[in-house]
Every structure is written in C-alpha cells, then in structure tokens.
Design a protein around this ligand. Sequence first.
Ligand SMILES: Cc1cc2nc3c(=O)[nH]c(=O)nc-3n(C[C@H](O)[C@H](O)[C@H](O)COP(=O)(O)OP(=O)(O)OC[C@H]3O[C@@H](n4cnc5c(N)ncnc54)[C@H](O)[C@@H]3O)c2cc1C
Length: 467
Amino acid sequence: MKKFDVLVIGAGPAGIFTALELNKQNPNCKILIIDKGRNIEKRVCPERTQGYCSQCAVCGITSGWSGAGAFSDGKLSLSPEVGGRITEYMSQQEAQDLINYADQYYLNFGASPDVYGLNNQVIDDISYEASKYDIKLIPCPVRHLGTEHAYQVLKAMYHFLIEKENIHFWELTKAEELIIEDGVAKGAIVNKKGVQEEIFAEYVVVAPGRGGAEWLKEQTDKLGIVTENNEVDIGVRVEVPNSIMDHLTKDLYEAKLVYYSDTFDNKVRTFCMNPGGVVSGEHYDGEVAVVNGHSYADPKLKTQNTNFALLVSTRFTEPFNQPIEYGKYIARLANMLTGGGIMVQRLGDLIKGRRTDYDRLKKSTTIPTMKGAVPGDLSYALPQRYLTSIIEALKAFDNVAPGLYSRNTLLYGVEVKFYSSKVRVNDKFETQIKNLYTIGDGAGITRGLMQASVTGVVVARDILSKE
Ligand SMILES: Cc1cc2nc3c(=O)[nH]c(=O)nc-3n(C[C@H](O)[C@H](O)[C@H](O)COP(=O)(O)OP(=O)(O)OC[C@H]3O[C@@H](n4cnc5c(N)ncnc54)[C@H](O)[C@@H]3O)c2cc1C
C-alpha cells in the first residue's frame, strides 16, 4: 500500500505552491503530486512548434507540470482585486500579504523584478479619460514573466521539488475517484499510465484547474459536497496592431477595462492583454478548442500585434447548473464550423453580417498571428446577447484606444473561461469532508496564476497547523 502525508492532485500553480510551502515549513513532509499530463520538460504543443493543433488526447498547453501556467503569458497580478475571489475567504490585507509572499517565491525562482502598473499618474489619467465613456479601469500592478520565462521559473520549481527524497511527481497519472471513509479523505484511486492503483494519504489536495473542473464536479456531486454556480465568461480574443494599444500597455502592461453593454447591460471586460503577443489555442478533454493568447518577454520574439480577451460575464440562476457544459457547447458550435479549430473574423465582416473568407482575411491590415485560425462567421456560434455586447464594448473602448473599432480588427472565437462551479470550502479551502481540500481554478476560487498559488500556500499552512 502506498501512503503519503499529502496527495496533491494537479501540478498547476495551486498544487506546486502547496508542495513548496509544505516543504519549506516541514522538509520531512512526504508528498505525492500527480498530474494527468507530462513533466514540464516533456510538454509540447504542436500548434506552437508546427503551427497546427493535433488535438492531443492530453493537451500540452493545459496539462502537465505547471498546469495551464507552463506556456502562459506569465502575468502575475499583484492585486487581490484581480485573478480570483480569495478575498471572499480572507481580508483584503491578508490576501495582499499572501500575494506578496507568493510573489517572493516567483522572484526566488528567477522571475523578473520589473513590475508594471505602478505609475499612479498614468493610472489616474487613463481612469479619468475612461470615465468619460462609462468605462472603468481596474488598476492592477503586474509582474510580467513572459511565456519563455514563466516556463523557466516553473521548471526551476520542478527541479527544486523533485530533487527532494520525500517529494514525488507522477506524470500521466489521472485521479479517477477520491477515497473517502467515514467522512474523512483517505486518498484516491489513480490511473498511472493505464494501470489503476489506490494511493493513501493523510490529506488530499485537489487542484485540477479548469481542465479538471468537470471531473471535480462529478466527485463533489457524488460526495454531496455543495457547489454554487459561478459566472460563465464567454467572448472573443481581439487582435489589433500594437499602435492602437501601446499608450495603454506601455505603463500598465494590461489595461483592465470594464463596460456595461448598452442593450443588455451585461458586464464586458478586457482580460489577459498581450502586447506584442500571439493568439494561441487550448484544448479541453481532447475535444473542445478555445482561444487564448500569450507573449514573450524577449523583444526579438515580440510581434506587431496586441491581443486580449473580451469577455461577457453572466451568472445564471436556478435551475441552470451546467456553466461548464454551456461554455463548451458554444465553443463546440464554433469548432463545428471550422472543422475543429479556432475561428477568426474581421470586425467589419461581422458588422456587415458576412463571413470572413480567406480572400477577405488577406485584405486585412491586421495580420493574424494565429496562422491556423479558420476564417468564418462568429454570429453562427455566439448568441446575439454576447455578440451585441462585444460590439458595443469595442465601440466604447475605441474612445480610449482609437482604431479598435475598425473593420480590420480581428476577432477569434470563441474564448471561454470555465470558471467551474465554486466548491463550498471553509476559509482554509477545506471541504466539508475532513482533510479534503480543493483549490485553484478548478474549484472555482481563482482565475489566474497568482491567486491559484496563494490558495496552495494557505492549504499547506493549514495542514501543517494540524500536525
Ligand atoms: C495560454 C494561457 C495563458 C494564460 N496566461 C495567464 C497569465 O498571463 N496570467 C495569469 O494569471 N493566468 C494566466 N493563465 C491562467 C493560469 O494559467 C491559470 O489560472 C492557472 O494555471 C490555474 O492554476 P491551477 O493550479 O488552479 O490549475 P492548472 O494550472 O489548470 O493546473 C491543473 C492541473 O491539474 C491536472 N489535472 C486535472 N484533472 C486531473 C486529474 N483528474 N488527475 C490528475 N491531474 C489532473 C491538469 O492536467 C493540470 O496540469 C493562462 C492560461 C492559459 C491557458
């Protein structure tokens, strides 16, 4: 029988930081981290290396050591206002202190010391200008690692941890079933490279990310753990020349803008801004392709374009209880029209009610950075409410970024954030099942690297406080 002190399911930032903090406070703690993807050095994405998506059974972008963080843009949001809901579990000050603490880990493992978004005069000027058009700017300092450095920093954490005798990482190992006895977590049945086995541990930390959120929901339903609907964020990835966004991104790196659409009064927000970046894809369960974006820190790898997500947030009420399935359904519609890939459309064509085809795309003055994207018509995939809200927000944001509402602005679809159901946990992220914790994006608590990392630190400290 294999027995550990702590079993961590999912090696994304939430899982990694659980292990880092456990190890820091108690170097003897025996930890097993499992992930259904590969170790960081073996992770590859054909789309990034060869320009096309081969729909791998386990997506190299979202799974493996570092989770969705491995090839991310590596923007560490240093404000508790951004990247999740940890302030629902702790005070603003505690959240800020934990962010600063986790940030120090990133710095220690090689993150760049530069922080954007600290120039208060620039923030005030942009906020003032935006407010004239009913747009709100959410200020947030950002440490930008860049895709290549995020990978290196997370790889350094990998080597640091796996070199410890009592810390083990099993790649290509999927948790299938949690083992619970008399209301206490005991471990999990896992499938390691096709072979099933039972793993036992004093504490089980479930950190499966957005890609594992559906599996977690199945488990919580079976165990009678209460979950709540989170918002569903659906939209597009916008791509424009750098010249349109530079005055915002130069100091802020990421301009987090919020607008309530004129027709439906829906919240529309910019998210994950990548100056000089590339649009990329990600896959869930080898079936659903959704769009994302990232950028490199190296000036030589910068492109002429800036991309960002434009997302419409909706919180559905009863009887609806399938936010993930709803998002996937819409993504599948877009995939169906493109033969399984990401769709791209010029804003001008969308407004004229016509498809972008290869000829029209060739005329675009914004050259798409995602070469494999298939020109199409987003109005066949996105419900009218989303499309109208997106178009209205682009029109409004054009006031602070002139040129954004242009016929050559590219829209890639669809971008969906699977914010999962929010699992009911206490302020240390422990579920109603004793010694069973769930954290990070998969538990519906966070939405970004930094807050996911913070949840890992909180859990590790709580486990150690019980010993
Ligand atoms: C392209 C891209 C760019 C991004 N850019 C940024 C950014 O710049 N800044 C930012 O803050 N955030 C960014 N994000 C989001 C960020 O990566 C996530 O918020 C963060 O990684 C969440 O951490 P997590 O540990 O909760 O989950 P994840 O990182 O998703 O990790 C979960 C892990 O669990 C594994 N898993 C799932 N189910 C199981 C199972 N049953 N058994 C075993 N393993 C399982 C998965 O394989 C995965 O490796 C980006 C994401 C993507 C995809």
